[in-house]
Ligand binder design. Structure first.
Ligand SMILES: Cc1cc2nc3c(=O)[nH]c(=O)nc-3n(C[C@H](O)[C@H](O)[C@H](O)COP(=O)(O)O)c2cc1C
Length: 326
């Protein structure tokens, strides 16, 4: 099984990736949070900082992701990414559920119009063929939801994907309407696995070893096809040792989690301009990390209540002193 780190905008940027890579590094690939090309010729400054080689020079196998619904924008950004050295795989985001993204028919909003999708891919894969005939060896993968409103939209969506040599179809089997609620639609995933002409990767709600096995067994029992790759996001932010545990490694300890926490805190502190930004960032980490603890609600509450870094650090100290991992 191959394991991929899911992109989480605002969370898994280069600071986070480098820390995870130094302390754990159990995944085969990291997918970067999306960049969003616009009318401008090139992505600049903050827009591209996360992908600059100087921020990603630790041998991390990183796949950049583009959020676009226009082939010309995608191609423009992809050419810039090739210049930066990303010449193996570039990913298209067809799943972001955010209102501002969907209203522009991007992310999950891209899935609304399968004819427009088809035109997008036709142009993009023509460009890719030409690029590769010039000596490149680039592939395009897609990270997708199963529809905007209803799971039955997926049949038509998959039909479009099947017309193109997508190197990997990463399926988060929820509709945009579902956001992150409810459960992943395993029927729709099974449909993808059995009907996709391209390799399929599963993504969604893998956050413990038990639930990894449950999901994999469900997929493998229900289908003739076997799954070869898994993408994990929130589960890995919460327990950075999760993939190691899935592979049979030792369980996460408080010492490991504390070291990971301290590393993130120190690294974010170096790049954050204000205390409140650091506090916000670390609180976001704890929405996932507190789930490792027996009394996860109390731990989450302690962190939530902290209104400044001093109180935050006291809360963290109390959690690691007094609370036990599940
Ligand atoms: C805060 C947040 C930011 C995200 N940012 C991105 C993103 O930039 N690109 C993307 O394809 N998916 C993004 N996602 C979706 C995740 O990559 C993943 O598909 C989703 O969380 C389901 O997987 P999980 O249950 O393993 O976390 C984001 C999710 C969250 C919660």
């Amino acid at each position: 099984m191959e394991f991929y780190f899911a992109p989480l905008e605002g969370v898994t940027g280069f600071t986070y990736r480098n820390a995870y890579n130094d302390l754990f590094d159990d995944v085969d690939k990291y997918y970067a949070p999306f960049i969003s090309p616009s009318i401008n010729d090139r992505l600049k400054g903050k827009e591209i900082r996360d992908l600059l080689p100087e921020n990603n020079n630790k041998g991390i196998n990183l796949v950049p992701q583009i959020l676009a619904n226009r082939a010309d924008y995608f191609i423009k950004a992809a050419n810039q990414l090739i210049e930066l050295g990303y010449d193996k795989e570039i990913n298209l985001n067809a799943g972001c559920p955010s209102g501002t993204v969907v209203s522009k028919n991007k992310g999950a909003g891209f899935l609304k119009d399968t004819e427009a999708m088809d035109r997008f891919f036709d142009e993009t894969f023509n460009w890719l063929e030409k690029k590769n005939s010039e000596g490149h060896n680039l592939s395009i993968s897609v990270k997708t939801r199963i529809g905007m409103y209803e799971p039955d939209e997926f049949e038509n969506i998959l039909e479009v994907y099947n017309r193109y040599p997508i190197s990997q179809l990463i399926v988060h089997p929820r509709t945009r309407e579902q956001l992150y609620k409810g459960t992943p639609n395993m029927e729709a995933f099974k449909y993808a696995l059995e009907n996709s002409k391209n390799p399929v990767c599963y993504n969604g709600d893998i956050n413990t070893v038990e639930n990894y096995h449950r999901i994999i067994e469900k997929i493998n029992d229900d289908s003739e096809m076997k799954i070869g790759s898994i993408m994990i996001g929130r589960g890995l932010i919460g327990n950075p040792n999760l993939v190691n545990e899935i592979k049979g490694g030792k369980k996460l300890t408080k010492k490991m989690l504390e070291a990971y926490h301290d590393r993130l805190y120190n690294d974010f502190e170096k790049i954050m301009k204000a205390d409140k930004h650091l506090l916000f960032k670390m609180k976001e980490m704890w929405t996932y990390m507190s789930l490792n603890f027996d009394d996860s609600h109390k731990c989450a509450k302690l962190i939530r209540k902290a209104q400044n870094l001093y109180k935050y650090n006291l809360a963290v100290y109390e959690i690691f002193e007094k609370y036990e991992l599940k």
